[in-house]
Design a protein around this ligand. Structure first.
Ligand SMILES: Cc1ncc(COP(=O)(O)O)c(C=O)c1O
Length: 385
């Protein structure tokens, strides 16, 4: 009996599931998976409860309820001056994950080459493989994780059809600068490529660094599908309400797949995320400031323990090099960490094709309450020489 398709070859179980199960089994503090340990605004929960009670419990329109599509378009206009038609240029999805999957299946043919920033968020590798695409990595290397523009130019071939971007970037925490985005835009326009831009950490850039959607660069709105989600910006990762915005043909291709994956997404949660998106600017600045102070707490503590800390410009995550503490293999280190110190982290290797580059790096999530970060740091003190 055939039990697996070749589409799944080599994909296995995600490291996040393995490490979260390890955390549950050992009672370790989970600084592995990127979910906050504090829920988002209570009034957003109230909106969801109200929607449940008001009977908004049947299928929503496939592209999303009108008030959420309107709120997404308003958000793009308010923060980025991007004008979007809520009826044809927005599709609501089951998290950014589904939007990524639907976009790749809807826009990429088998054999197409897609340029991706390495290290990669794991769903990109899986979905490119399922789409039959060939991934062409352009590697962001430690310690500063900048985009090597010459390598980006060299990665384009006659078979390239798309660039899959992620900024702020998981797992490195790097945020693409305007010069880097301009170089990507130039290449995309010259070679007539689609850009799929995963911006789920759009409200998590630190030290005043701006998040610049590549769709805002000249000539890019018409060739960019931008993906985001309510999970990270509003601390409701379990709700899985995401979206894609961009030119109508790219959104239509994404919807063409989405209609057969899930058809529609979380009806009562959609109006609540619409309410969240309408929050005043103070919500977003307070949220960023809180995460920045959690970043600083974790980074300072990891430095004090002796890690080489690669301070992130954005996202939920900090990367460390574990070699100063006498370790050299992140997978071994992370598998032993719950026993040794009662903490779970994620080895970078799972995000890399270049295993040597990823081997000494480990990713830690700081989307946790300060007291939890402090407790984790106290436990990690056991690793000091
Ligand atoms: C870069 C990136 N894209 C997408 C996602 C998934 O987003 P969602 O939970 O909305 O599906 C994540 C979650 O960790 C992520 O880090």
């Amino acid at each position: 009996m055939k039990t697996t398709s070749t589409r799944l070859a080599g994909l296995g179980t995600t490291i996040f599931a393995e490490m979260s199960a390890l955390a549950t089994r050992t009672g370790a503090i989970n600084l592995g998976q990127g979910f906050p340990d504090t829920d988002g605004p209570p009034e957003v929960v109230d909106q969801a409860v109200q929607a449940l009670r008001e009977g908004r419990n049947q299928y929503a329109p496939g592209i999303g309820v009108p008030e959420l599509r309107r709120a997404i378009a308003d958000h793009q206009l308010r923060f980025y001056d991007l004008a979007i038609d809520p009826d044809t240029e927005v599709a609501v999805s089951t998290g950014a994950t589904e939007a990524i999957a639907a976009a790749l299946l809807g826009l990429i043919d088998p054999g197409d080459e897609v340029i991706v920033l390495e290290p990669y968020y794991d769903s990109y590798v899986a979905m490119l493989q399922m789409a039959g695409a060939v991934r062409r990595p352009v590697t962001l290397r430690a310690p500063d994780f900048r985009l090597p523009l010459d390598e980006l130019r060299a990665a384009v071939t006659p078979r390239t059809t798309a660039i899959l971007l992620n900024s702020p970037h998981n797992p490195t925490g790097s945020v693409l600068r305007r010069e880097e985005l301009a170089a990507i835009a130039e290449i995309a326009i010259e070679h007539d490529l689609v850009v799929i831009s995963d911006e789920v950490y759009e409200h998590l850039t630190f030290d005043g660094l701006p998040h610049i959607p590549i769709a805002t660069l000249p000539g890019m709105a018409e060739r960019t599908l931008t993906i985001s989600s309510g999970g990270k910006s509003f601390s409701f990762t379990g709700w899985k309400i995401g979206w894609a915005t961009g030119p109508a043909p790219l959104v239509a291709a994404t919807m063409g797949v989405k209609q057969f994956l899930t058809y529609t997404s979380g009806s009562p949660l959609q109006p609540a995320i619409a309410h969240a998106l309408d929050a005043d600017d103070a919500y977003f600045t307070d949220f960023t400031a809180r995460l920045q102070s959690q970043r600083d707490l974790l980074c300072d503590g990891l430095v004090a323990i002796g890690f080489d800390v690669l301070v992130p410009e954005g996202t939920y995550f900090v990367t460390t090099d574990i070699r100063p503490l006498g370790f050299d293999d992140g997978i071994d280190f992370c598998r032993q960490l719950p026993e040794r110190a009662g903490v779970v982290a994620i080895p970078h290797q799972v995000f890399w094709d270049d295993q040597d580059a990823g081997r000494p790096l480990v990713r830690w999530a700081f989307c946790k309450r300060p007291e939890i970060i402090n407790e984790a740091l106290t436990r990690l003190g056991a690793l000091r020489h």
